[in-house]
Design a protein around this ligand. Structure first.
Ligand SMILES: [Zn+2]
Length: 400
């Protein structure tokens, strides 16, 4: 005779019960583990987290299945004494949530077997959703949604869910969805004309109590398909969250929720077109700017420091400058914490841009390099940028 009679086996909706304390042990956490002669608390197992609740005044924070030694109720606060009669109360909202997820999993798993012969290998209840790993090779939106539709039809048909206790010999004759994990007497969960599988968890009385099932996402993982789903209260919470994000995104585009994807796609296209036009205009602007700089250049050398220009913009200007022969362009730009340099020369001008760049960057505590006719670099020591550019200019003049 096991130490703890498990009341949740025969009634998943029983949340208040009376019991006697048969054992007490101290936990490393400083809390106490209480063993009762009977309990309605479900301990962690089979992918389903444990119940929480109260034992008299003490808070039950977790329940652990200790096999034949019973169910350990880990309590925070004053534990009842050995032999005492206690009143237990299971947190119903948490139990209902777990039953909906767990029963929903039975239904979704069987829908995947019936439609695609794809058995479920594992199941987990996560904080806000659930996961199953399924032997499904080619998941597509259509395949997943067909399973979701069948599962929801089974829910809305409000089929009866029965618990059958059978011997392993009897079980061997039955069409079980999965192999029993243990020998001896078995507890089977039967969903009317739909599913039969061994399980020790807590389940809804009827499928309607699950409410609905929705799949959030799926991915291939370790040769299986991992499906993330939500059932019951979690499906509503997830809908609210998804609806809120979708409406917020739509508001950014000043449109309705259902039109947002199309409007967003249009704006992305417009954005790409604008970027292409900006690049063309930059070329034109760089040509005009180059003309002005060349007009006041000495010996075909342009040396200039700008504020807040990126490397791409400096390169465009350098190209526009060296299109005129013979020209050397020593260009720099700075913002608060970065200095950028681009050095370039036309084919008929002299000077090793790469060597000049290395010298200049060393003074900026940075790095740079490139080819003899085109080099770029930068550094953190922004204050020394004028000095670094003068140094490059001096080296260039000394070499020519
Ligand atoms: Zn189950």
């Amino acid at each position: 005779m096991p130490v703890t009679e498990r009341l949740y086996y025969s009634d998943s909706h029983l949340i208040e019960f009376e019991a006697r304390v048969v054992d007490l042990t101290d936990r490393v956490s400083g809390w106490t583990a209480v063993v009762l002669d009977r309990t309605a608390f479900y301990p962690t197992g089979g992918g389903q987290p444990s119940d929480t609740g109260t034992l008299d005044g003490a808070r039950v924070v977790e329940c652990i299945d200790d096999g034949d030694s019973g169910v350990l109720h880990v309590v925070q606060g004053a534990a009842p004494s050995r032999g005492a009669a206690v009143k237990g109360r299971v947190d119903w909202s948490r139990r209902l949530d777990h039953m909906q997820q767990h029963t929903g999993q039975h239904i979704l798993s069987q829908a995947l077997v019936k439609l695609f012969n794809a058995p479920t290998r594992s199941f987990r209840v996560l904080d806000a959703s659930c996961e199953i790993d399924v032997e499904l090779n080619n998941p597509t939106t259509e395949i997943i949604e067909r399973a979701v539709e069948l599962a929801n039809n089974v829910i809305w048909e409000d089929r009866e869910i029965a618990v059958l206790n059978v011997t392993s010999d009897q079980a061997a004759e039955l069409p079980l969805r999965k192999e029993p994990a243990r020998d001896g007497e078995l507890r089977l969960i039967q969903i009317e004309d739909f599913d039969l599988t061994p399980c020790g968890g807590t389940h809804a009385y009827r499928t309607g109590e699950v409410g609905m099932i929705a799949v959030r996402s799926w991915e291939r993982a370790k040769g299986l398909t991992r499906i993330e789903f939500v059932a019951g209260v979690r499906a509503l919470a997830d809908y609210r969250k998804a609806n809120k994000s979708a409406r917020e995104v739509a508001a950014l585009f000043s449109t309705g929720r259902d039109d947002a994807p199309q409007v967003a796609a249009q704006m992305i296209e417009e954005h790409k077109d604008l970027n292409r036009r900006i690049r063309v205009l930059e070329e034109i602007a760089a040509g005009g700017e180059a003309e002005k700089l060349l007009a006041r250049a000495e010996d075909g050398v342009v040396s200039e420091i700008f504020d807040g220009r990126d490397a791409e913009s400096l390169k465009k200007l350098a190209h526009a400058l060296i299109a005129n022969s013979p020209t050397v362009a020593l260009l720099a730009s700075r913002d608060r914490d970065t200095a950028r340099l681009v050095f370039a020369r036309s084919a008929d001008a002299s000077g090793d841009m790469s060597a000049l760049m290395r010298e200049a960057c060393a003074m900026l505590d940075g790095r740079g390099g490139g080819r003899p006719d085109m080099a770029q670099g930068g550094g953190k020591n922004v204050d020394r940028l004028p000095e670094a550019l003068t140094r490059a200019l001096t080296l260039l003049k000394g070499a020519s």
